[in-house]
Design a protein around this ligand. Sequence first.
Ligand SMILES: NC(=O)c1ccc[n+]([C@@H]2O[C@H](COP(=O)([O-])OP(=O)(O)OC[C@H]3O[C@@H](n4cnc5c(N)ncnc54)[C@H](O)[C@@H]3O)[C@@H](O)[C@H]2O)c1
Length: 271
Amino acid sequence: MMTSQRKFKPLGELISLTGKRAIVTGGAMGIGFAIGYRFAEAGAVVTIVDDNTEKGEKAAQELTGYGYKVLFVPCDVGKEEDVQRAVRSAVEKTGGVEILVNNAGIFPCIPFTETTAADFERVMTVNLKGLFLFSREAGKRMIEQKSGGCIINIASIDAIHPSQKGFSVYDASKGGVLTLTKSLALELARHDIRVNAIAPGGILTEGALAQRTLDRSGEARSGLRTFMSHVPLGRMGVADDIARVALFLASELSGYMTGSLVVADGGYLIA
Ligand SMILES: NC(=O)c1ccc[n+]([C@@H]2O[C@H](COP(=O)([O-])OP(=O)(O)OC[C@H]3O[C@@H](n4cnc5c(N)ncnc54)[C@H](O)[C@@H]3O)[C@@H](O)[C@H]2O)c1
């Protein structure tokens, strides 16, 4: 009696990704790996895409070992032919694509006046062109499938406000990610494809930690301590803090959200 009167879909169904096929770029480690884990746990078949073949294969093996349906496709997100081949391969192997997470990104810390044109092109190619190429290729498939879809772009708090010196080109690329998210959301809404972005704050990942040693400016090394002291929640984020938000955005829980940016930064931007 009570059951038939319920107006709300059960929470378990809302958060489930069972029957969905997801592609996660840069899924070999860090935030992308955590997203692949959570999506697979929620029932999705996940294709990890990465240009690091060794780590990508290991990541897929680890997740398969947990009993999840995960495969790996090597791909440099900045290369058009690679992206077309990767999306084709993921769709052939899994039968389709309903969810795309554009996560692959690089964040070299370089003083602005020392930034070369090659540095600029490299950052823009991976962070922005890669996202454009994957969204276009996966978006076409989603439209053909006629069953809607969901694109999640990993931006950064730097898309809203620079957080440290030495990241001018990175910040510009993430500003582009935010704008492209809104434009795509507007254009793809009629196909029931939702497009949203996440702005992580400081997240302790392999890439972020390596940054401190590769740093050409010294800013990133001293910056991390200073950064943490400005996080109201008192800790740096972990990859799963972002993966949980991505799961929310991929699931029906966020069914009425598109063109939005979800900030997950421990309060950094308000401090
Ligand atoms: N870690 C942070 O503090 C933080 C903060 C804000 C935003 N982000 C964003 O989150 C995303 C993930 O960051 P992370 O910290 O997990 O980084 P990470 O370096 O730990 O992992 C990035 C992954 O992307 C892959 N990748 C890099 N270039 C690629 C390419 N050309 N083609 C395919 N794969 C490629 C790497 O091999 C790696 O597996 C990035 O877009 C980053 O800008 C991170």
